[in-house]
Design a protein around this ligand. Structure first.
Ligand SMILES: *Cc1c(COP(=O)(O)O)cnc(C)c1O
Length: 436
C-alpha cells in the first residue's frame, strides 16, 4: 500500500523531508470540479461584496472585498538565502491578514455560508439568481435564516470564519471544537453569539460531533471540512486575484519564469483549492508545494499510499500532536486528496521547533506576526534549492530558479491576541532557520 519503506521510516522518525509527487501533471479524475464551477464561486463572492461591506465595518475600505496583499519579501529572502546563489524573487501572500476572520479560512468559509444563504433565500423567493445581495441582510431574510442552524467542526480558524459569517447573517451558529482548541478562539466566538461545543479528542472527533448533531436536527447545514466542495471552490477563487497581483508586480509566469507556491496544509481544502485554481490558470508553469507538521503529514501519507483507501497519520504510528493547531489533522480530505494526487508538486514536513524559529525570522525581517500553522511554507524555497529532492525536481522539470517567482502563503495570525504572540516569540530559540 505504501510506495516505499524508506519513506515510511523517514516519516516515522519525524525528520523533516521533502516528498516529490510522482503523479504530478497526470490527468485529473473525470468527476473533478470544472473551471466553470470556479468562475461561479468568483462571481458569487463578487456579487456579495456590497452585502459584506454592509455587514462588516472593517470591509468598508475594500468595498466588501475579502482579499489580502501580495508583498515583496526581499528582507526575509536575504535573511534565509545565500546572496551568491540567485533564487528568483520572493513574495508573501498575506492571508494571515484577511479581514474579519484573520486566516485563510475566510476564503472557503465565507463562500460556503454565502452560498447557503443565497440558496435558502432563492428557494423562498427573497432574491433571484444574481440580483442585489444586500437583500440577504434585510429583516425578512434575517427572520428566515434565524430558523436555520449552521454547524461546523474545527480546530479553530474554520470555526471562527463560519461562526462569524453565519452569525452576521442571523443564522444560529454552532462550532464543535476539540478541548485543546485555543481558549481565545472559543471566547471570541462566544462573544459573537456563536455556541461552542467542546469535544474530547482531536479535530476529527470534533468534526464527527458536528456531523452527528447536524444529522439529528432539522434545517441544519453542516460545513464538512473533510469533503466540502463549497469550501474548496471558495479557496480556488483566490487564484485569479493572485494572478492579477503578480501581473501588477511585473511577474510573468511561463516556462522560463516558473511560479512556486508554498502553502501550509491541514485537511487539504485551503491549499488544495488554491492549487486547483492556480493550475487552471497557469497549467504546468505553477509548482505548488504543501507544508505539513512532522507529526501530522496527513496529505503526504494519503498521496504516498495512493487514494484507493483512507490512510491516516495514526496508521503509520505518528501522534498528530503539534503546536500548529490549524494543521493538526490526522486524515486528509477525501474530496481533496484525489484531486491533489495529480496536482501538488510535492510536500515537505516541518518540526515545531523550526516553526517557532521561522515565526521569529518573519517577525524580525518583515514585522509580520503569524501563528505557528501560518508560517509552515517559509522553508519551501530552501527545500527546492538546497535538498537533493528539490534539486532533482528542478532538473527533471528543467527549471531555472533565478527567474522564478516564489510565493510563500502565510495563513493566519492577525486576530491572535498580543500575549499569545509574545508566547510564540519566546518559544523561538534563535534567529536563522535550520531545516532538513
Ligand atoms: C486551516 C488552516 C490551514 C490549512 O487549511 P486546510 O484546509 O485545513 O488544509 C493553514 N493555516 C492555517 C492558519 C489554518 O487555519
Amino acid at each position: 500500500m505504501f510506495e516505499s519503506n524508506d519513506l515510511l521510516s523517514e516519516l516515522r522518525s519525524r525528520q523533516p523531508l521533502l516528498w516529490l509527487n510522482p503523479d504530478a501533471g497526470c490527468p485529473l479524475p473525470a468527476n473533478a470540479p470544472t473551471a466553470d464551477q470556479i468562475t461561479e464561486a468568483e462571481n458569487r463572492l463578487a456579487r456579495c461584496e456590497p452585502l459584506m461591506a454592509q455587514l462588516f465595518p472593517e470591509l468598508h475600505a475594500s468595498a466588501g472585498k475579502v482579499e489580502s496583499a501580495l508583498v515583496p519579501a526581499d528582507r526575509l529572502q536575504s535573511a534565509l538565502t545565500d546572496p551568491g546563489k540567485p533564487q528568483g524573487t520572493w513574495f508573501i501572500k498575506r492571508d494571515d491578514a484577511l479581514p474579519v476572520a484573520g486566516s485563510i479560512k475566510a476564503r472557503g468559509g465565507f463562500h460556503e455560508v454565502l452560498a447557503l444563504a443565497e440558496s435558502i433565500a432563492i428557494e423562498q423567493g427573497l432574491v433571484d439568481a444574481t440580483g442585489d445581495r444586500r437583500l440577504l441582510a434585510s429583516p425578512s431574510a434575517r427572520a428566515l435564516f434565524a430558523q436555520h442552524t449552521v454547524t461546523v467542526g474545527s480546530t479553530g480558524n474554520l470555526g471562527l470564519s463560519i461562526g462569524v459569517m453565519a452569525a452576521a447573517l442571523g443564522f444560529k451558529a454552532v462550532v464543535h471544537m476539540s478541548t485543546d482548541a485555543k481558549l481565545w478562539k472559543k471566547e471570541r466566538l462566544r462573544q459573537r453569539g456563536v455556541q461552542v461545543v467542546e469535544h474530547e479528542g482531536d479535530y476529527a472527533q470534533a468534526v464527527a460531533g458536528g456531523r452527528a448533531q447536524a444529522l439529528a436536527m432539522p434545517r441544519c447545514h453542516f460545513v464538512d471540512d473533510e469533503g466540502s466542495l463549497m469550501l474548496f471552490l471558495g479557496y480556488a477563487a483566490a487564484a485569479r486575484h493572485l494572478a492579477k497581483q503578480l501581473a501588477e508586480a511585473g511577474r510573468h509566469v511561463d516556462a522560463e519564469h516558473p511560479l512556486f507556491v508554498y502553502i501550509p496544509c491541514g485537511v487539504g481544502g485551503a491549499p488544495g483549492g488554491i492549487t486547483y485554481g492556480l493550475t487552471a490558470l497557469f497549467g504546468p508553469h505553477v509548482h505548488c508545494f504543501f507544508a505539513e507538521p512532522v507529526a501530522s503529514p496527513c496529505m503526504l501519507v494519503q498521496l504516498a499510499a495512493g487514494c484507493a483507501e483512507p490512510v491516516s497519520v495514526y496508521d503509520i504510528g505518528l501522534d498528530n500532536r503539534t503546536e500548529a493547531d490549524g494543521l493538526a489533522v490526522g486524515q486528509a480530505s477525501y474530496l481533496v486528496s484525489p484531486l491533489m494526487a495529480t496536482q501538488v508538486a510535492g510536500i515537505f514536513t516541518v518540526s515545531d521547533d523550526d516553526l517557532y524559529t521561522q515565526l521569529h525570522v518573519v517577525k524580525r525581517t518583515m514585522k509580520i506576526e503569524l501563528e505557528p500553522s501560518a508560517v509552515a511554507g517559509v522553508g519551501g524555497p530552501a527545500w527546492l534549492s538546497e535538498s537533493a529532492a528539490g534539486r532533482d525536481y528542478l532538473r527533471a522539470h528543467n527549471l531555472d530558479l533565478s527567474t522564478a517567482t516564489h510565493v510563500i502563503w502565510t495563513t493566519g495570525g492577525s486576530l491572535v491576541p498580543p500575549e499569545e504572540h509574545r508566547r510564540f516569540q519566546a518559544r523561538a530559540k534563535a534567529p536563522g532557520v535550520s531545516h532538513g
